[in-house]
Ligand binder design. Structure first.
Ligand code: FAD
Length: 321
């Protein structure tokens, strides 16, 4: 049996089709209340899935990665499926990593194609999209995440609806401390330009020096109708929120212009900005990888260069700015 982790997110049910190409039968697993389960079961019927394992617990009222992972590991121990498949979005990757570590099972992430058998033959994305790896996965229960978009693109034979999807309730045993990492509040994004879709991104790294140093980047982004981004050093230092981070563990962007200020261009950052149509690097080091790969570079201190650029734009725009 193959278990596929599903939720209400668009694309989540695509992984069912991919699971079916690996083996059968395919059952679904989801977190939620009985009402959530009934709603999902109605949808799963159309996807030919006859069983939904519904994980419910008072600690699972909102997203809590450790508790979700532990609950899934307990379900795996009970059902001993051949494999567990989840969408490779942030949440899917996090829950599967938690479950894999707790169940002491291997996890192959970001798979774009999988052939069943023993072992499973996988092709998966590595290096932030810079290479594809062919791999084999051997384990009593094989855990994989599917790269976003890959399941929808896979060639899947037509699915026949089933008459009924039976909801099998599962209540895990969860210690209260598993809920120490959990969603405690939700905030809505402001009305400004979003990092993922902005045509211009003004991004800052260690060279910006402090949280306050981003004021001039925000000013420049505002003048250019763009968004502010940053490197992981900036998020690690608490200068910017993680939602601003560009790169492997941040957002991948493809703006018309990426202005990289005081960013060295480490591979993990580069994979997030390499699809920009043009890159302007501002850096004191002429040998920094970001400078040598950039379309344009200014060798200088961001604290001198950026105020000068802002002043020049304002001067050229005239009194309205
Ligand atoms: C698993 C993993 C995932 C990661 N994911 C990401 C990710 O998603 N995004 C990411 O960014 N990083 C990521 N990293 C971290 C990455 O490897 C680098 O450490 C990070 O990108 C470096 O940030 P930086 O360029 O700001 O700092 P540094 O590498 O320290 O570079 C600072 C640059 O600023 C220049 N500089 C210094 N002062 C000035 C100044 N006054 N004016 C102009 N230039 C100046 C320096 O010459 C240097 O080039 C990841 C690492 C790992 C291991």
């Amino acid at each position: 049996m193959l278990l596929t982790v599903v939720d209400e997110q668009p694309g989540s049910l695509d992984t069912l089709g991919m699971a079916r190409t690996i083996g059968t039968p395919v059952a679904a697993v989801a977190f939620g209340t009985a009402a959530d389960g009934a709603k999902l079961a109605d949808e799963l019927v159309k996807h030919g899935v006859g069983t939904l394992h519904l994980i419910s617990h008072e600690l699972l009222t909102d997203y809590a990665p450790e508790a979700f992972g532990e609950a899934l590991a307990q379900l795996i121990a009970r059902l001993r499926p051949e494999g567990v498949i989840a969408t490779g979005d942030d949440r899917g990757a996090e829950v599967m990593a938690q479950a894999a570590a707790r169940a002491r099972l291997p996890l192959a992430t970001q798979c774009v194609s999988v052939t069943g058998g023993d072992p499973w033959q996988l092709t998966r994305i590595r290096g932030g999209g810079m290479l594809l790896e062919d791999a084999e996965l051997t384990a009593a229960t094989k855990l994989i995440t599917v790269a976003p978009g890959a399941a929808g693109a896979a060639e899947i034979s037509e699915v026949r609806a089933v008459d009924e999807c039976v909801v099998e309730a599962f209540t895990p045993e969860l210690a209260p401390e598993l809920a120490r990492t959990r969603v405690v509040a939700r905030t809505t994004r402001g009305d400004g330009v979003s990092l993922a879709t902005a045509e211009v991104v003004v991004s800052g790294g260690r060279g910006v020096g402090s949280a306050a140093g981003y004021a001039v980047l925000e000013e420049l982004a505002g003048l250019l109708g763009g968004a502010v981004g940053c490197s992981r050093v900036a998020t690690n230092n608490g200068w910017r929120p993680h939602s601003d981070q560009v790169g492997l563990t941040g957002t991948k962007i493809s703006p018309k212009l990426y202005i990289a200020c005081g960013i060295s261009g480490a591979t993990q950052h580069w994979v997030g900005c390499m699809d920009a149509a043009a890159i302007l690097a501002v850096n004191t080091d002429p040998e920094a990888p970001m400078v040598t790969r950039a379309t344009y570079a200014v060798i200088g201190d961001v604290h001198d260069v950026l105020p000068a650029v802002v002043a020049e734009i304002r001067a050229r725009a005239g009194p309205r700015r």
